[in-house]
Design a protein around this ligand. Structure first.
Ligand SMILES: NC(=O)C1=CN([C@@H]2O[C@H](COP(=O)(O)OP(=O)(O)OC[C@H]3O[C@@H](n4cnc5c(N)ncnc54)[C@H](O)[C@@H]3O)[C@@H](O)[C@H]2O)C=CC1
Length: 523
């Protein structure tokens, strides 16, 4: 057993104080559920073992992570720690509450440059175009942030030092992390998909990304709160956090061989405490007023092309969301595999929700939704997320670029403006590779016909040059009185941001979902 967890002391204080966790707080428990000081925060039975997911069936208490190349079971069997992980002992883990190092969230870095992406599995948080805070690399990890703001905190420096060292061996770290997690806590294996796919590293990646941005309290808190709420649908309990923390530290210690020392271990312990505390608190608060997931019956299935379907569902209980947001979706055929889809319309009075799904090669969920789902099937929805929503406090025009099925949330934005009865100019550019791929053009043109303030322009280009093609429309500007919204493949978002900035749209008025999470969307 990992020594650190056995010596991690009391659960945290109540969260009555709100905001960031108490710096001197204990480990991994919701602050709103205080426990007697000195009691281990694991299962509550003193063993420190995480309790089995409570309140949900194993089938639906999925944790989110996928497997790259092989199953987590295989990875667990294959990984042999090169040194006993029990030798890892976080500095301060045995210290008194007073002695324990302070948590290191310093609310002083510029938010614009440091926004972490949204939840890995569930997450494409809408964001004003800030620097893609966590630039996705091919290996799935994030590029270290280059700050121009105030100096980083000591903990942030140590954390980034570790990240820099493990970057080149990210795949091995990921395998080892899950191997440790599942061999030490076999009960947790059932919370993950049976066949762990290429998204295996999402959990670890989300944690590492959060750790990397530990200095940016405001953005980090929002990100982690979202992550914590989103974890409810997997059946995640507070007691699971120490297990993950141990595996995390174990994997870091194993691979950051040249830089790992007591100092960096203590920094990671503090950082992970902060991360987990925010997530636990957010989940506990969310539990008071929202279900962990919604069952939603398919009421219509409209195959628009050979590989694109519009799927409409009726949630079993009211589902509140904003136009431009997205959710996670699980099918009965791939338990515990959740994928992200945007709502393809503004909220409706009948409560129905629609999604545009493109079946992508080897995409389990997307193929099931396009080729298998039929009316009567019951899907599951996670909570809504994302902030690519209409700002109703201004009367700026909206310049919208929707590429492929990325037109779904753009349609929702248009409906939202229509619902508010405003007369804001809305310019939609709808990109597709062929005419055939403009599967929703009829709907968009009908909207245009109904609303004089709306203009819809299809841009057909098979060279993946949609935003470049947009340049010829630049003459329709000036666009400086517009807020811009981009939705589509990650490459389109990147070049779209570039083009829009060239048109003179300020960076803080360009909105799109997280690039990193888009990579994981819709497969
Ligand atoms: N279904 C949904 O609810 C949503 C889906 N998305 C994302 O939208 C994408 C839709 O995929 P498809 O329909 O297959 O789109 P696609 O690959 O056919 O491309 C759509 C448009 O984007 C352009 N484009 C593609 N790659 C580009 C690049 N690197 N640079 C410049 N332009 C580029 C294309 O020319 C085309 O005009 C997926 O990545 C999906 O994750 C985004 C938001 C919501």
């Amino acid at each position: 057993m990992f020594e650190a967890r056995q010596t991690m002391d009391a659960p945290a204080h109540t969260s009555g104080e709100g905001g960031m966790p108490d710096a001197g707080g204990g480990w991994f428990s919701p602050r709103r559920q205080p426990s007697p000081q000195g009691q281990p925060s694991g299962s509550g039975d003193g063993t420190g073992e995480p309790s089995a997911p409570g309140g949900t069936t194993a089938e639906h208490s999925a944790a989110r992570a996928g497997e790259r190349g092989r199953t987590g079971d295989d990875a667990a069997a294959a990984a042999t720690p090169s040194r006993p992980v029990s030798a890892i002992r976080p500095v301060g883990s045995g210290a008194s509450r007073r002695d324990r190092p302070r948590l290191s969230v310093v609310p002083d870095l510029p938010g614009e440059d440091a926004a972490p992406p949204a939840e890995g599995d569930g997450a494409r948080a809408g964001t004003a175009e800030s620097a893609p805070a966590a630039t996705a690399r091919p290996d799935g990890f994030t590029e270290p942030r280059r700050d121009t703001g105030p100096p980083a905190s000591p903990d942030a420096l140590l954390v980034r030092r570790t990240l820099a060292e493990i970057g080149p061996v990210a795949d091995e770290v990921t395998s080892y992390f899950y191997a440790l997690l599942f061999t030490r806590h076999p009960a947790l294996r059932s919370m993950f998909p049976v066949a762990m796919d290429t998204q295996r590293d999402r959990l670890l990646k989300a944690l590492l990304t959060a750790a990397e941005h530990t200095d940016n309290a405001a953005v980090l808190t929002e990100y982690l709160q979202h992550l914590g709420r989103g974890h409810r649908k997997y059946g995640t309990q507070p007691a699971h956090y120490p297990a993950v923390g141990e595996a995390l530290l174990g994997a870091l210690a194993r691979f950051a061989t040249t830089t790992w020392d007591a100092e960096s271990e203590a920094a990671w312990v503090r950082t992970y405490t902060t991360i987990s505390q925010i997530m636990i608190d957010a989940a506990a608060e969310n539990e008071l007023h929202a279900p962990a997931w919604w069952d939603a019956e398919v009421v219509s299935h409209d195959l628009r092309t050979s590989d694109i379907a519009v799927v409409t569902v009726r949630p079993d209980t009211p589902y509140a969301f904003l136009a431009g947001q997205y959710t996670t979706l699980e099918t009965p055929w791939w338990p515990r595999v959740w994928r992200h889809y945007s709502f393809a319309g503004a909220p409706r009075s009948d409560g129905l929700l629609s999604f545009h799904v493109k079946a992508v090669p080897a995409g389990w969920v997307s193929n099931a939704l396009v080729h298998r789902a039929r009316p009567g099937d019951v899907l599951r929805l996670g909570p809504p997320a994302g902030s690519m929503t209409v700002d109703h406090t201004t009367d700026n025009g909206l310049l919208c670029l929707g590429g492929g099925t990325g037109i779904a949330p753009i349609k929702a934005l248009v409906e939202d403006v229509a619902t508010h009865g405003e007369r804001r100019t809305v310019e939609v550019f709808y990109g597709a590779r062929t005419d055939y791929d403009l599967y929703d053009i009829d709907t968009m043109l009908r909207l245009q016909q109904a609303h004089p303030w709306l203009s819809v322009r299809p841009v057909v280009d098979d060279r993946a040059q949609f935003p470049s093609a947009l340049r010829e429309f630049g003459r329709h500007g000036p666009w400086d009185g517009f807020d811009a919204y981009l939705s589509g493949p990650p490459g389109m978002i990147r070049s779209g941001v570039h083009a829009l900035r060239a048109f003179g749209i300020p960076v803080d008025r360009i909105r799109h979902d997280s690039l990193e999470d888009l990579v994981a969307v819709g497969d």
